[in-house]
Each structure stands twice: as C-alpha cells, then as structure tokens.
Ligand binder design. Sequence first.
Ligand code: GDG
Length: 418
Amino acid sequence: MPNKIIIVSNRLPVRVSKSNNAISIQPSIGGLATGLKHIHEKNPCIWIGWPGISLEEVSWSERRYIEENLAERSLYPVFLSSEDIENYYYGFCNSTIWPLFHYFPEKARFEERFWHAYQRVNELYLNAVLEVYRDGDIIWVHDYHLMLLPLLLRQKLGNDAPIGFFLHIPFPSSEVFKLMPWRLEILRGILGADLVGFHTYGYVRHFLSAVRRLLGFENKLGRIFIEDRVVLVDAFPMGIDFESFVSLLSDNEVRRKIEEYKLSFQGLKVILSVDRLDYTKGIPQRLLAYERFLSKYPEYIGKVVLVLLVSPSRIGVKEYAELKRCIDELVGRINGRFSTLDWSPILYVYKFTPLQDLLALYVVSDVALITPLYDGMNLVSKEYVAAKEGGDGVLILSEGAGASSELVEALIVNPNNI
Ligand code: GDG
C-alpha cells in the first residue's frame, strides 16, 4: 500500500487572494481542478501547487497563516515571485507551450528568459516534493507547466520512486512539437516518469513519434526502453466524478435555480456555451456560426437564445485581452443586428458563474454548443451530458476536443466550418 499520493500541479485547487489586508481562500476553476479534486478528497493525498498569489504580496506572517490553513486541507503551497509569474507562468507556460501545443505556432514566443524561468520554477517544485516525499509515496505530476519535473525527481530519488506524469492538453504532431528550441530537454524531462498519460491515443502517438524521431528511442506497444528503465505511455481519458456531480443536481438551491431559469427562458430554445476565455476555445467562430444560423433561418428569431458564459482567464496576457475585445464586438454586432424590443439573441456573461447557476443552466438548456479549435479533453461536454438525467438535449461538439473520440453520439463538427 502506498503511504500517500503526492499530486503536483502548477495551481492548487484553491486560489488565495488578498484585499484590504485580508487573506481569502476560494476554489479555483478549470479542468484540472475539476478532474482531480475528488481523487484528492477521497485518498491519502497531498497536493502541491502555486496558491495564485505572488511572494511579494504576502508578509512572512501571512505566508505562515496561508501555509497552516492550506495544510489543514492537505495542500502545500509553492510561492512564486512576481518575476517568475511573469516569465514562467505568463511567459513559457502560456505564451510558449500553450499556443504551440494547441497548434498556434505563430503565437508561440521562444524567449531564453522564459525558458530559464521555467527551469528555475521546475526546481522549486522539486524542492517542495522533496519536503513531503516519503518512501512508498506515489508522485503524480500534472501538465505542461512541469514537464521537466519527472526527470529532476528521478535524478534525486532514483529508479524506485513511482512517478507518473499526465498532460491535460494535446501533445501536438511531432512536426509542430519540433519547432520548440528546447524540445530535447522537454522530452527527456517527461521521460523521467514511469508512466506517462495523455487524454487520447492521438496524443500518445504524437508523443511516441516525437520521442522516436528526436531522441531515437523506439517503443513497443507503448513501452519505451531507456537504459535500465521502462517508461509506459498510454491514454487515460479524463472524466468527471459522475456520482458527485449528479448528486449536486438535487441540491435545493440548484432545483430552485432550475425553476427560475425555466420561467425566464419560457418559449425559447436555449443553446449553452461555457468556456474559460481562451483563443483555443473557438468562441469567435461559434458566434459567427450562430450569426449565420439566424440569418439563414430567420424563423428562429425570437425563439432561441445563446447563453454565452465566458470566465475570465490569464488576464495578464495580451492575446487574451484582444480575444475579449473581439468577442465583445461580435456579441454587440449580432445583438444589434437581430434583437427586437423584447428579445436578444445572445445572453453574454463575462465573469465566473457560480456552480449552482452553471448546473441549472446545464439542466435547462436544449443544446450545448462546444466547439473548441483544439482542447485536450473538454470536461464541460461531459458535465452537460451528465446533467441530462432524462436523456434529452443535444451536444454539438468539436472534433478538436479530445472528448470527441469518446462522446461519439454527439453531433461532431469542424469548428472552422462556419
Ligand atoms: C484543461 C484542458 C482538459 C468553467 N467556467 C466556469 C466553471 N468552469 C469549469 C467547468 C469545467 C472546467 O471549469 C473547465 O474544464 P475544461 O476541461 O472544459 O477546460 P480547461 O479549463 O481548459 O482544462 C482541457 C482539462 O484540463 C482536464 O484535463 O479537459 O482540455 O484545457 O469543470 O465546469 N465553473 C464554474 N463557473 C464558471 O464560470 N462554476
């Protein structure tokens, strides 16, 4: 029996913030937190990650307070300086790897200072794991922020330490991956793990061919033989915790909201769209498709509403501010063009939506329109299906989402085809 699982990810499932000198701790959103929080709650587990606040924002005593508070929830914070947040998080993670791995090479910035920060921060996480690791523990490293960590851990802990690595985003074709100047270091970093997981077989295939072409290691049925070790590579499509999710639907507040929304959307077909603000999610293309729908089928004017929920994300990155402007303009144009005095085609909400409202909207909506250009998996599509107790509702899902290889009964579409 392992002693405990050590989950390591860039962010913790909570976000610490400070306002008027008071520290507050809120749940953080995103697919990784959704997918892992139940594993964390139901197993002997400690979760290591950045609490979302910079080192400079907190005093020593506040830092102690945060550490103690998080320790009670089996969370272990790694504090990052504002310079690391700039160069590692907004830099290498979100301006280099994220665009490249989602097939936006033209947006990828290859800057030495980003790469150095990435190396430095992976070492910070190494030190944090070494603080809490005991023989017999399983270490489970997550996502593109920490691709060097498996090898760093292997070098410190030797071959016996069980280390897993899971990538939550696509692993791109080796033709795209090889554009990365630090491609060899990244592949070697990941191969420090014993078990490397991806959401789909497509990503597994891309990874194996990058390893073969760039490092020369062959594989046999997903096993890569590296000197005295074997690394197993496989697909582990991530799901949601169905039981816990469905039990939330019977919460009184959710039931109340369902009735409230049914009333306010009476007589309308409701199309739901839910994303973090991100250029990978295909939100402008989706809006153009909806505009085309209304102009091609004017009989639906006044009979349908698109509920467009966009939660703010990576606010410090320029691309995201531009995307926000583009969405605002498209929504304004479409609403201006088709609205009548008592109806608007799009209900646009740009803020975090409380969970109860989100659940109620899943239940009352007739269609979920989920059309990312590229998306590692996409858990929103699974949440929508899980919320449909009676089995009705239509999921329109992009072929660019990993989920499309599993949810094959959905209407699968090419998100670029307006
Ligand atoms: C990454 C990969 C992969 C979103 N907005 C609100 C909100 N959410 C919740 C959803 C869902 C989660 O956040 C989003 O998960 P996704 O999987 O759709 O997307 P990413 O955040 O991009 O996640 C992705 C995932 O990791 C797991 O491996 O599937 O491909 O990109 O749970 O419900 N929740 C609330 N309010 C919001 O406004 N309450």
